[in-house]
Ligand binder design. Sequence first.
Ligand SMILES: [Zn+2]
Length: 386
Amino acid sequence: MDFDSLLRDPARASSLRTDLLRQSFLAHTDRQQRYHSYAEALGIDPEDSEIAVDLIPLLPSALFKQPDLDLASVPPSAIIKRCVSSGTSGSRSIVPRDETTLTRFFSSVTASLPALFGVERTGLHRGIVLGPTTAEAGDLWFAYAIGCLSLVVPTEHFERNSAFSAEAAASRVRETLSEGLDVALIGPPQRVLELSHVAAGERSWPTLSAASFVITAGGWKTRHMRDIDPAHFRDLVKRSLHIPDSTQIRDSYNMVELNSVIHECEAHEKHVPPWVEAQARDPTTNRPLPAGRLGVLAFLDASATSYPGFVLSEDFGIVNNTFCACGRGGQRVRVVRRMSRIESRGCALKMTVGQDADRKRRFLLSVYRDRTVADAQNRSRPDPEP
Ligand SMILES: [Zn+2]
């Protein structure tokens, strides 16, 4: 797919996306009896080849946190990686990926970086990953995903045996620049801050080249769980690392359930890849909201074959579809905040069925019921008579 030309031709991208999502919906209802039943329970024809994208049933990401719930659309022997989100046990999502799904994720990385950063495989960029290699990352999706920078440029990783060295990364940035090469640095905001701190303490820190860039990915909290403000962050990193322009500092969004990465352009807007549909949904009715309104973000990703890539996230955000200041069109998404644990628990059920009591009942009977909600309901019932 020519990613960049599709971002400049949103009408063509939209019609292509609708086709791909319909094919994906049919493939999952055909291959997976549970998703088939789930669609039926929600009053959706599982064989509707003309289904409106808004009606494709979403899986709340809370469902991926239930280890005993099999969300795979392929046989267990086809699963090559059970990708796990960061977080404490019990709040981790597990996403089964087969060869095709993982290969498509790699393609999304190799397509999106050249489209939004102008990085080419044959170019002068050298990757500096503030995380482990993909081999050492194992099933931990976040670390694995940032390690995938190595697919695009020659890359070194600065977390070894779970220890991160900001000093080693800083000295490699310096060396790379002294060789006349460009730096492509990626890591969580907290680690970029640590690297910036090291650079700020050095007497003769070099200026980064105009083609160099810093990509942040992951949570916007410090180690002490304080919020990091993105604009303040860019300002500090720009000054400490001697970056000519703040357009060289970008953020990327991904979650383990999403099979694509969403990168910022030079205007700090996150452009959704053409094969993904982003929606903001009303938290009480689950209806898609008009562009520009704050809601719970949903992503329909046609690239996932091993599980239905139609996911209701645990983030609040806004979707826009006007042309961006950078000249690209299509959908842009702004992630505003993460749901609290209590919000996400309550939402998983409510969001899937809206306020239709009959559907709620049928949903509870369906294979995708949220056991935490069902358990809570059981607990709130009076004990049976002895
Ligand atoms: Zn843009």
